[in-house]
Design a protein around this ligand. Structure first.
Ligand SMILES: Nc1ncnc2c1ncn2[C@@H]1O[C@H](COP(=O)(O)OP(=O)(O)OP(=O)(O)O)[C@@H](O)[C@H]1O
Length: 324
């Protein structure tokens, strides 16, 4: 069952150099209970996609198209409807998690508030059992392996380290139990053992409550570990989208192939990783034709002249003339 449907989404940023179209005709669906890994190099538009879904884009952004989530079109919704939606319908763990916390309230206050909001939604009334809210909040911090959680509850966000803040925001997500969770590089500030624990907790949230997750990462190997579907973005466009297993074991798009061959593997004896040569395009100077063609080792004549469309192929969507 579809939880969210994005149609023809375009996002522009107005800048001193003119308008830059960062997302181009994004069409995608997220089903209930699905974990979609959105992958691509830095600057491919991943965070912009996440910010569009919670409608927390910078002041210089403009959106076209529609994002229907739980029956509401986020592009056109009134601000008051967005307030209602954020939290228990959709929640985003930002790449800079400090943005999700209120600097003048303690961590404990904010976590207990998140827990209370969820109880209100579930039972339709205010839950005032402070002890219960406190216990739930401390347990969420314990789940994230935060040492001395009672002490962390008393602190203000600026008194915590980057890794602790990231875990507090993930704890908030676990307490809110939203229908759709957008996690933007949620493990990048964490060490490997905590990373693994976060992945386990997110998977648990998904399997126990059917929470849909959009997991944004530049690391396609991490996307494979957590997601059921992988969507590859490049230069603000979907290049490939399909079941994780198929995308990883038999990538169709040359860009997906490049991302996969740059995964470090202990089994690779050759020593050196294959990096994709060149850099992603500037949004002010996009190549004619396919956006990936200047870096592509399978490019043909027409790739520099015409833009390929996204076509269906083997349970997948792919944007490449090799499959048209
Ligand atoms: N407020 C803004 N004004 C102008 N351009 C912006 C703004 N925010 C982001 N951009 C540009 O939009 C492009 C896409 O950025 P975005 O953060 O969505 O990419 P990303 O794939 O999430 O990259 P990263 O992993 O580095 O965050 C980049 O070229 C970035 O410089």
């Amino acid at each position: 069952m579809t939880l969210m449907e994005i149609k023809d989404l375009e996002v522009y940023y107005r800048t001193l150099n003119g308008n830059a179209k960062i997302l181009n005709k994004i069409n995608m669906e997220v089903n209930k209970g699905e974990i979609v890994g959105v992958v691509g190099e830095s600057g491919s538009g991943k965070s912009t996609l996440g910010h569009s879904i919670v409608r927390l884009l910078p002041y210089n952004a403009k959106m076209n198209g529609s994002i229907i989530l739980d029956g509401v079109d986020i592009v056109k919704a009134k601000d008051q409807d967005m307030y209602k939606l954020r939290g228990t319908t959709v929640f985003m763990i930002f790449q800079n998690p400090l943005n999700s916390l209120n600097p003048v309230k303690t961590v404990g206050h904010q976590l207990m508030e998140a827990s209370m909001i969820r109880h209100m939604k579930e039972k339709g009334k205010k839950k005032n059992d402070e002890k219960e809210l406190y216990k739930e909040s401390v347990n969420a911090l314990k789940d994230l392996r935060i040492p001395d959680p009672e002490n962390v509850m008393k602190r203000y966000p600026h008194q915590l380290s980057g890794g602790q803040i990231q875990r507090v925001v993930i704890a908030m997500a676990l307490l809110l139990k939203p229908k759709l969770l957008i996690a933007d590089e949620p493990t990048s500030a964490l060490d490997v053992t905590v990373q693994a624990q976060v992945v386990k907790l997110l998977k648990q949230l998904n399997s126990e409550l059917g929470t849909s997750i959009i997991f944004i990462t530049h690391d396609i190997a991490l996307a494979y570990v957590i997601s059921t579907r992988i969507m590859v973005l490049y230069g603000g466009e979907i290049m490939e989208d399909g079941p994780s297993e198929n995308v990883i074991k038999g990538p169709l798009h040359p860009y997906s192939k490049g991302l996969i061959s740059s995964i470090p593997s202990i089994n690779k004896r050759e020593g050196r990783l294959k990096a994709i040569p060149g850099n992603p395009p500037s949004f002010f100077n996009l190549p004619l034709g396919c956006r990936f063609f200047p870096r592509c080792d399978s490019s043909m004549d027409k790739c520099s002249k015409e833009e390929p469309i996204l076509v269906e192929k083997d349970k997948r969507r792919v944007r490449c003339f090799l499959y048209e």
